[in-house]
Design a protein around this ligand. Structure first.
Ligand code: SAM
Length: 259
């Protein structure tokens, strides 16, 4: 295959069949599943998905890959040549008859926005099994009090139970990236009891200055004066830095501020 790799699209392709099969198995994909892939590349992962799932819809932004992908003749796969981040979620989901699983070796330059899109704009993603940079994987699973704990950890753990399935050496990709990667599987929990979009804005506000206290970061939130903050916060100490609070405590704090 002749292909001019495009760095701006995060094109680092895989070819090792054992690794590709392991990713599909990490996603717990069976013949009953409908699967969304983001970033087909040369179709290496798509081929294994096509052999395993009931149906595959695979997005690819780079139209120069179209001849290669269509020549694979995959029976259960529909390729869509469009930007998956910009595509309306309803349009993406019109391909599926019910809930679906997302499996992808994600383009690293839009990892976080893609994760946020498929967590917050829909509840139909049963699970996300994604190859991301190792440091992003560590942030996704980080616990309160650790240096990696932040907005990404809280939102991923609010919607799902995430786990790192395997570390993947940079040597497994072509062209080789600068850092190692990891496969993370996130299994969606039951629908959260609060508005995810508002909760996400609240968490971003709490972490607006990571080294400052919650009291400083929440000053002015919902028009609340600094002097009233601690009374509204109740049991939760706003003199702490945001990374010290568990997700349960953030939820409690959010509910106190919404009431
Ligand atoms: N799945 C292939 C593999 O594992 O070898 C390719 C993975 S590569 C890391 C990411 C792929 O995502 C590239 O082919 C890139 O062109 C594509 N891509 C980048 N941005 C995209 C977007 N916004 N929407 C759809 N595909 C995108």
């Amino acid at each position: 295959m002749e292909h001019k790799f495009k760095k701006q699209y995060g094109q680092n392709f895989l070819s090792d069949t054992n690794l590709l099969k392991a990713i599909v198995s990490d996603g717990n994909i069976t013949q009953d599943d409908e699967v969304l892939e983001i970033g087909a590349g040369a179709g290496a992962l798509t081929k294994i998905l096509d052999q395993t799932a009931k149906k595959v819809v695979s997005y690819e932004i780079d139209t120069s890959l179209q001849p290669q992908l269509l020549s694979l003749g995959l029976a259960r796969t529909t390729f869509v040549f469009a930007d998956a981040l910009k595509e309306d979620i309803k349009k993406i989901e019109s391909h599926f008859s019910h809930n679906y699983k997302l499996v992808a070796n994600l383009p690293y330059y839009i990892t976080s926005p893609l994760i946020f899109k498929f967590l917050t704009e829909t509840s139909k993603t049963e699970s996300l099994t994604i190859m991301v940079q190792k440091e992003v994987a560590e942030r996704i699973v980080a616990k309160a009090g650790s240096k990696d704990y932040g907005v990404l950890s809280i939102m991923c753990q609010f919607y799902t139970s995430p786990s790192i399935k395997r570390i993947v050496s940079k040597k497994m990709f072509y062209p080789q990236p600068k850092v190692d990667s990891a496969v993370v599987t996130m299994v969606r929990k039951k629908q959260p009891e609060v508005d995810g979009e508002k909760f996400s804005m609240f968490i971003k506000k709490c972490f607006s200055m990571r080294r400052k206290t919650l009291a400083n970061n929440l000053n002015g939130y919902n028009g609340i004066k600094k002097s009233d903050l601690s009374q509204i916060a109740g049991d939760i100490d706003l003199n702490l830095r945001p990374e010290m609070l568990s997700i349960q405590q953030f939820l409690q704090l959010f509910k106190n501020f919404e009431n």
